[in-house]
Design a protein around this ligand. Structure first.
Ligand SMILES: Cc1cc2nc3c(=O)[nH]c(=O)nc-3n(C[C@H](O)[C@H](O)[C@H](O)COP(=O)(O)OP(=O)(O)OC[C@H]3O[C@@H](n4cnc5c(N)ncnc54)[C@H](O)[C@@H]3O)c2cc1C
Length: 325
């Protein structure tokens, strides 16, 4: 049985791996089969990660984090976790290959997914005018005309924040009223750089190498029209990736994994969570990395205490039928 398995290879997972490997815990990172490196693999320039004054490409940053984790002895498997059994002292992690890994502690760092509009051009132009994060990308849109898609609090917050950079911000919303709280609405409506485009749906994003506009469909009469702009911020929600732990770990009302105060301790002893999957608010690479650090340190303390108390042995009856790696 291993000491520690880390699920996820974003900034939270790899940072946890760097700390855990340097603490000699020989962590196994399950990095996923297709999304190795996490959300930053979907972006171009990252200008706000400390230590890179010239900026760094998202994929390059994640490759460096992976290298750093490997350098200290983290083992990395490019597989998906398909099932988890977190109850009891031996945590079982089933992989896409069917194999099962076991550990005394698990760090869960599966991130979250921004909801997409679902347009073919959306992915293609990601990092080239299409964004899901105003804090991350607003700075690239100085003196530009942009749109925020959505009608909730986060759409209002993003739109208001983006007026610091953009000359004009359209808020495109399907209905003729907003879901956002009254205070957020009032703030956005009082901002003279923001113009609301009601009863409208984005049905296409224009541009090949960079966004040049959007096609809007009127949700009342079905007519379409084009709007010239250089950026589209999609603010229609974010889903923490918690499916694997439903029924096993407590969640918060926002849908993130519940952790105890500022720690990474979940509702199950020996299971720690880090990064965007526990964070309904900040969701930045550096906050995810910091959260990975906390999880590694918490896991280290947990394992040290187990060691003192006498580590559990896997029970052969409980693992019958599952191929153990
Ligand atoms: C387009 C875009 C641009 C961004 N730009 C910036 C920026 O400039 N600066 C900034 O600070 N932040 C930026 N962010 C936010 C930043 O990417 C996230 O806050 C950060 O990546 C969160 O890290 P994480 O480790 O918690 O999760 P993620 O990076 O989402 O990583 C989660 C990991 O878990 C893995 N995983 C999920 N399910 C499974 C499974 N079943 N089995 C195995 N593995 C699994 C995924 O494959 C992935 O490797 C951006 C986000 C996006 C989407």
């Amino acid at each position: 049985m291993r000491q520690l398995i880390i699920i996820g290879s974003g900034p939270a997972g790899y940072t946890a791996a760097i700390y855990a490997a340097r603490a000699n815990l020989k962590p196994l990172v399950i990095a996923s089969s297709v999304e190795v490196g996490g959300e930053l693999m979907n972006t171009t320039e990252v200008e706000n990660f400390p230590g890179f004054p010239e900026g760094i490409q998202g994929p390059e940053l994640m490759t460096k984090m992976e290298e750093q984790a490997r350098k200290f002895g983290a083992e990395i498997l490019y597989q998906d976790v398909t099932e988890l059994d977190l109850a009891g002292p031996v945590k079982r992690v089933q992989l896409g290959s069917g194999a099962v890994e076991e550990a005394a502690a698990v760090i869960f760092a599966t991130g979250s997914a921004y909801r997409k509009i679902g347009l073919p051009k959306e992915e293609h132009l990601s990092g080239r005018g299409v964004s899901w994060c105003a804090t991350c990308d607003g700075f690239f849109f100085r003196e530009r005309t942009i749109a925020v898609v959505g009608g909730g609090d986060s759409a209002m917050e993003e739109a208001t924040f983006l007026t610091r950079f953009a000359t004009k911000v359209y808020v495109i919303h399907r209905r003729d009223e907003l879901r956002a709280s009254k205070i957020m609405q009032e703030r956005a409506m009082a901002n003279e750089k923001i113009e609301f485009v009601w009863n409208s749906e984005v049905v296409d994003i224009l541009g090949d190498e960079a966004v040049s506009g959007v096609v809007l469909k009127d949700t009342v009469d079905g007519s379409t029209r084009e709007l010239d702009l250089q950026g589209v911020f999609v603010a229609i929600g974010n889903d923490p990736r918690t499916k694997l732990v439903h029924g096993q770990l407590d969640l918060t009302p926002e849908g993130t994994i519940w952790v105890d105060g500022r720690s990474s301790r979940t509702s199950v002893p020996g299971v720690f969570a880090a990064g965007d999957v526990i964070d309904p608010t900040y969701r930045q690479a550096v906050t995810a990395a910091a959260s990975g650090t906390i999880a590694a340190l918490d896991a280290e303390h947990f394992l040290a205490a187990l060691d003192e108390a006498g580590a559990p042995e896997p029970n052969a009856d409980q693992i019958e039928g599952l191929p153990v790696v």
